[in-house]
Write a protein that binds this ligand. Structure first.
Ligand SMILES: *[C@@H]1O[C@H](CO)[C@@H](O)[C@H](O)[C@H]1NC(C)=O
Ligand SMILES: *[C@@H]1O[C@H](CO)[C@@H](O)[C@H](O)[C@H]1NC(C)=O
Ligand SMILES: *[C@@H]1O[C@H](CO)[C@@H](O)[C@H](O)[C@H]1NC(C)=O
Length: 370
């Protein structure tokens, strides 16, 4: 009996900490803007003409067991954020039905979306390669349209958005992808960084003006470690690669974008001291996977895609994941790269953990006090 009593608080304590770690983020709703890194279905719902295989297995095979429109085998960073806040997975805006409850958040991200308006790419004669015209500003318009069904008076909105997290990105990666896939040099990419960063900071500004007080703004991933870049920009010179096998110049470019973005966020913090503007260091969160793949279970490496049609990085533009001539690996959790462009659920989970529990969100996300 005595034993039982002394055990009781032990179990209570453990039950309690267990619950806290399952719902550790303190938000009642999450609104997300971005591209394929966080799209939970909008691109597929919009027709997915440029990438129809997204609606077929093996996309979705690991977690949902059916294709959902996510560009991965399973969950994305935004799904792990929703889980950590104890919220439902964010429904895609284009799929919202009548009577659906979306008070806990909505996802406006669209795979292929750019930070700059599609008009910019048409003016530079590369509009025809865009997957979608649903750029960041289109996604913001969708939010403005939806807002009256979330809250009406300023007082009501302030109270509601006080408990909301607005995730703005990752976005901008495609602005650079489109340009480099048609032969743009790194020098040309660098010239477009101020415009892209301005578009992202502008989106954050608009959301703050609409009532957002807590924003998470991710930077770009180390694109020099991505199978598509490694394949398209292969080099015979060993010096072009870092010791983890990534292309130095493209990683330096990602860092350049991130540095400018952090500078823009610093200016926003001064302008809106009441808002909490959090930078999410996707670069560092992903790079630590490259530094110690085995520690995270990526025994098959981090540069080679799980699903693809051959080649040194298993990325073949004539046989991309889901197309004839490609196949998926047996165990996606042992790969960090899913289809050459996007990451596996296992990799997104580690990045998400790094943002939620680790040091990669600065300042940290709002958590329940332990
Ligand atoms: C984007 O807009 C252009 C012209 O405004 C149109 O021709 C094109 O088909 C659109 N692209 C997509 C993917 O909807
Ligand atoms: C928003 O939350 C903070 C504490 O997190 C509180 O001090 C403030 O009064 C809240 N504002 C509104 C409008 O609810
Ligand atoms: C890429 O895919 C095409 C079409 O299936 C195939 O003919 C070619 O051999 C593949 N390339 C490599 C390097 O595997």
């Amino acid at each position: 009996m005595k034993n039982f009593i002394t055990c009781l608080p032990f179990f209570l304590v453990f039950g309690f900490t267990g619950a806290v770690s399952a719902t550790s983020l303190q938000y009642d709703s999450v609104f997300n803007f971005g591209d394929s890194l966080s799209d939970t279905g909008n691109f597929l719902l919009s027709g997915a003409l440029a990438f129809p295989v997204i609606g077929k297995l093996p996309y979705g095979e690991t977690f949902f067991r059916h294709p959902t429109g996510r560009c991965s085998d399973g969950r994305l960073v935004i799904d792990f954020i929703a889980e950590a806040a104890g919220l439902p997975y964010l429904p895609p805006f284009l799929g919202l039905g009548k009577g659906q409850d979306f008070k806990h958040g909505v996802n406006f991200a669209v795979a292929g979306a750019t930070a700059l308006d599609s008009k910019f790419f048409y003016e530079h004669n590369i509009g025809q390669i865009l997957w979608t015209n649903d750029s960041l500003s289109v996604q913001l318009d969708w939010f403005k349209k939806l807002k009256p069904s979330l809250c009406t008076t300023k007082q009501e909105c302030d109270k509601y958005f006080n408990k909301s997290l607005f995730v703005v990105g990752e976005i901008g990666g495609n602005d650079y992808n489109y340009a480099s896939f048609v032969g743009g040099s790194i020098k040309q990419l660098r010239a477009s960084v101020p415009l892209v960063v301005q578009a992202i900071a502008g989106a954050a500004t608009l959301l703050i003006e609409e009532g957002a007080v807590e924003l998470l703004v991710p930077g770009n991933l180390p694109i020099g470690c991505s199978a598509v870049y490694l394949t398209l920009f292969q080099s015979p010179n060993k010096e072009d690669y870092d010791k983890h096998g990534c292309l130095k110049a493209y990683n330096a470019f990602s860092k350049y974008h991130n540095k400018q973005l952090k500078g823009a966020l610093e200016i926003l913090r001064l302008k809106y001291p009441h808002a909490r503007i959090i930078y999410a260091d996707y670069y560092a969160a992903a790079k630590r996977i490259n530094h110690s793949p085995n520690r995270y279970g990526f025994y098959n490496g981090v540069l080679t895609a799980c699903c693809g049609g051959g080649g040194p990085y298993n990325f073949n533009n004539s046989a991309r994941c889901g197309h004839i001539g490609s196949k998926a690996c047996e165990n996606p959790s042992t790969y960090a790269n899913w289809d050459g462009i996007h990451l596996t659920e296992a990799a997104y989970k580690i990045i998400a953990k790094g943002l939620i529990y680790g040091p990669f969100s600065r300042p940290p996300l709002r958590k329940f006090p332990l």
